[in-house]
Write a protein that binds this ligand. Sequence first.
Ligand code: PLP
Length: 388
Amino acid sequence: MNNQTVKVPFVDLALQHQPIQTQLQQAIQAVIERGDFVLGQALKEFEAAFAAASGAEYGVGVASGTDAIALGLQACNIGPGDEVILPVNTFVATLIGVIHAGAKPIFVDCDPQTALIDLEAAARAVTPQTKAIIPVHLYGQMVSPRQLLDFADTFKVLIFEDAAQAHLAEREGYRAGSVGSAAAFSFYPSKNLGAFGDGGMLLTRNPDIAQKMLRLRNYGAAQKYIHVEAGTNSRLDTMQAAVLHQKLPYLPQWNRDRFNAAQHYNIELAPLASSGLIPIQNHSGEGHVYHLYVIRVDDSCVVQRQQLQEQLTQLGIQTGVHYPIPCHLQPAFIHLGYQVGDFPNAEMLSRQILSLPMYPGLSHSQVQEVVSAITSSLSTQEQKVLCI
Ligand SMILES: *Cc1c(COP(=O)(O)O)cnc(C)c1O
């Protein structure tokens, strides 16, 4: 489909960069002049700023969110022989991180209303080998910190947050990244805080975890040419850190924009609930940062998710599905031994969910345009059904 026919894009990054273009260019220019492209000054500054903004003590920038999970788990001394509990309905990078750390992933199902990890199912999955739980703050909504801390206390496991979709999200007085022993963030361009390429960070308030993470990302070196861990090369580029640091002050407003757009969706979509179109629920009040705005196309609806998505594309509305195949059914991970039917809620959601356009600057009238396109798709289909 060519660009002219797109009426509402899924995301619009140019919209957030255009007004601050000059300062972004100056920040990049400053790195070029200093020449400290790897582990430079702007990286240290951004690590400190992002950790402080998130209520954590230390930040260690790495090459991606995936590496923040893989190396972060290792920094928490999790590896071979350890089991790590994670929700099955997450981006595959959560799983890849666990596997790269050498630990055994143990999947659990989700709550069908919020799409967040089901902590009762997680409790049933605990064994003597369980070392950690990874709550994924999916779509920008935190998993309840109080329930997580209770869980960790009851089962003596550590909490490792996957906060890749939840920069500055809040719940019950906690910020994403300040609940667990450590937390992984991604700065992939379309995340709430996005770089001009890949990037990630581990946050922690534990100095030992931070120190080990600094070594792991830098060939395992405690000092130059003395390698005390089997580390790797995974650093957040100084230039990306400089860009991210310039963008960080705008993040609270961008998150509020997302929240306001979500409120508009909630209001506009309310009449369609009786037709089987149901937004994923927000149980965290104003702390939800809506990385994605996701609805369920219930089995009772006259259209199926795929049909609705195709019709919206025809009408110039871009949408997404996060995610169409749960981790346990991905071809690469069949050997883990799970089967269709093991996680009914996640499997149902993977068939029903649809992500609507969401980005800072999405206007009220664009939200109305999306919802009226949905309404017209539903009524076209209703008429077809009546004619048969
Ligand atoms: C984006 C994302 C990641 C991985 O981040 P990358 O920077 O793309 O490696 C991990 N977990 C979740 C939930 C994500 O959305």
